[in-house]
Design a protein around this ligand. Structure first.
Ligand SMILES: C[S@@+](CC[C@H](N)C(=O)[O-])C[C@H]1O[C@@H](n2cnc3c(N)ncnc32)[C@H](O)[C@@H]1O
Length: 281
């Protein structure tokens, strides 16, 4: 089979599922006290009673956290083992959530429920796996009810310019990938971010950088309005070796806030709108 961004990335994600089932801290969720990270907890607002679509839900830990908080939630991911793990976790915890196996770009066909969600939610490690940010935004707009909102939080594209692989003598991360790089960043890396001892066999990944202006422009072109865009000097994982973990579970710079580490935004589908005439998604 010819390798594409999709087949390579899916094989890589499939293999991470058992690793993450061992290494993600699912104890609070299992104890009935699941929490999102402090950034999105503070910004998302109450979810009880809302119909939420969680894109790229992985093993469903955040999806089920939202279900535990009273949302009627649907998780979607293209990894079969991830969706199987999410369904098993939902059954184990007796939580009512639906999980759909689908590539994000095929979601309008797999999940024929346009304009039916109060919220679309996607966080931490999502758009860097997607080549077409305009089509991504159209998928989001497609599923939102008029008046519904999209919430996004992820690593800041500026921070992804830097990496520990190119560290400076003082340990700060060095230049790694240009901000406006347009081609896929193809890497062969057996490591996993959640378990330093894990070694993956499906090492090849295709990732894509999306400047902030392109993310916002894609959402606006899809017919959404931007309500806020926040830059954070904290992030929920050790993005760089130098970062220091704080009591709230977020990682920050040890001294000066050199770069933003995360970005979050909320965009709304206007209450009375007709979405712009669009190319097929
Ligand atoms: C870093 S994880 C997201 C993690 C999630 N925030 C969590 O808390 O578990 C990225 C997920 O995106 C999924 N993914 C990557 N490309 C995709 C695509 N084209 N369509 C659907 N899912 C995709 C992967 O299978 C993986 O589960």
């Amino acid at each position: 089979m010819t390798e594409t961004w999709q087949t390579a990335n899916r094989a890589n994600w499939d293999e991470r599922v058992p690793v993450h089932l061992r290494s993600y801290n699912l104890a609070p969720l299992r104890a009935g006290r699941g929490r999102l990270h402090p950034i999105e907890e503070a910004e998302l607002g109450p979810v009880a009673g809302l119909r939420i679509l969680h894109l790229q839900c992985h093993i469903g830990s955040d999806t089920l956290t939202l279900a535990q908080q009273g949302a009627d939630v649907t998780g979607l991911d293209f990894s079969e083992p991830a969706i199987a793990a999410a369904r098993a976790l939902a059954a184990e915890l007796n939580l009512n959530a639906r999980f759909v196996l689908s590539d994000l770009y095929a979601a309008p066909q797999t999940l024929p429920e346009p304009a039916s969600f109060d919220r679309v939610f996607t966080t931490w490690g999502t758009i860097y796996w997607l080549p077409d940010i305009d089509a991504w935004a159209r998928v989001i707009a497609h599923f939102l009810k008029p008046g519904g909102t999209f919430y996004f939080a992820d690593g800041h594209p500026t921070a992804y310019v830097f990496d520990d692989e190119c560290a400076l003598p003082d340990g700060r991360p060095g230049y790694f990938c240009p901000y406006f790089h347009q081609d896929p960043l193809i890497q062969d890396d057996p490591r996993d971010y959640a378990d330093p001892t894990a070694r993956l066999a499906n090492t090849r990944t295709y990732q894509y950088s999306h400047p902030i202006s392109r993310i916002v422009a894609a959402l606006l072109s899809a017919g959404l309005t931007l309500e806020f865009l926040h830059e954070h000097a904290s992030v929920p994982w050790r993005m760089f070796a130098q970062l220091v973990e704080h009591k709230d579970g977020l990682y920050r710079w040890p001294d000066k806030e050199w770069l933003p580490l995360a970005v979050s935004l909320r965009a709304r589908r206007p209450a009375t709108d007709t979405l712009p005439a669009q190319d097929p998604i």
